[in-house]
Design a protein around this ligand. Structure first.
Ligand code: B12
Length: 216
């Protein structure tokens, strides 16, 4: 079994210390942190989701898998962020919308953005429209990113966009949305500027918006 395959298994099985050990081994073997995310950690959480759907996993199992995923990501974070430290580019506000506590995907987007040199203001989970608006006023970011993992909470995203419009903040900012239940047509429907299906698409999108504008 390859190191990445072993890591994927350890996360699915919720073996926290094994996941940490194998992550260290993967780094020693010279596997890029981004590849560790994309080829081991993200597929592991996908599998956990499928097990949950089939009622083979319940909340306690999902939580230990999430803990293993978190422990592994924490080891990788400094490695990813280090590469982006030299140049600070645009500022991005990120948060998981009101009623939603899923933050693994958002944290991944945050780490990858920091790794690409962007400044991230992470508002955490269960973020209300008012809090997003307040943070935009405070931090004046170029981009606002919202995450939702539940079909019920994704509806909150349009509330945030409406609140930005009411406060006349919408024109000055790009809005991107993401999370498993979303797609491009939903993003279009609520008037977001972009949809990202994964963390690298998010980085690409922010680069296209901000780097081009700074140059032009
Ligand atoms: C882990 C997990 C949990 C953990 C969360 C731990 C944590 N700290 O995040 C716990 C156990 C707490 C949990 C709770 C619940 N969960 Co849950 N959970 C999951 C699970 C298994 C994995 C999610 C995950 O982390 N994926 C891995 C990450 C890397 O992927 P991701 O989040 O999609 O993020 C990527 C992209 O979407 C994108 N992205 C994400 N955000 C953003 C933002 C921007 C701006 C951009 C551009 C891109 C982007 O980039 C990321 C990186 O590539 C999913 C199943 C699934 N397959 O999604 C169910 C799932 C989301 N949960 C579900 C449910 C039902 C619940 C509960 C209601 C269960 C319950 N009965 O209590 C509660 C709700 C709690 C709440 N109020 O939020 C359902 C949702 C069903 C639906 N249609 O709405 C799912 C789909 C499981 C299922 N198949 O039934 N859950």
């Amino acid at each position: 079994m390859s190191t990445l395959e072993m890591l994927r298994r350890a996360v699915v099985d919720g073996q926290v210390s094994t996941a940490v050990q194998i992550t260290n081994r993967a780094v020693e073997e010279g596997i890029a942190p981004g590849a560790i995310f994309e080829s081991a950690l993200a597929p592991a959480m996908d599998e956990v989701g499928k097990l949950m759907q089939r009622n083979e996993y319940f909340i306690p199992e999902v939580l230990v898998s999430a803990k293993a995923m978190k422990a592994s990501s924490e080891l990788l974070k400094p490695l990813i962020v280090q590469s982006g430290l030299s140049q600070t580019k645009a500022k991005v506000i990120l948060g998981t919308v009101k009623g939603d506590l899923h933050d693994i995907g958002k944290n991944l987007v945050s780490m990858m953005l920091e790794g690409a040199g962007f400044e991230v203001v992470d508002l955490g989970t269960d973020v209300t429209a008012e809090r997003f608006v307040e943070a935009v006023k405070e931090s004046q970011p170029q981009v606002l990113g919202m995450s939702a993992l539940l079909t019920t909470t994704m509806l909150q995203m349009s509330k945030v966009i409406e609140a930005l419009e009411r406060e006349e903040l919408r024109a000055g900012i790009r809005v991107m949305v993401g999370g498993a239940p979303l797609n491009q047509s939903y993003a279009d429907e609520i008037g977001a500027d972009g949809f990202g299906m994964d963390a690298s698409t998010a980085v690409q999108m922010v680069k296209t918006w901000t780097v081009r504008e700074q140059e032009g």
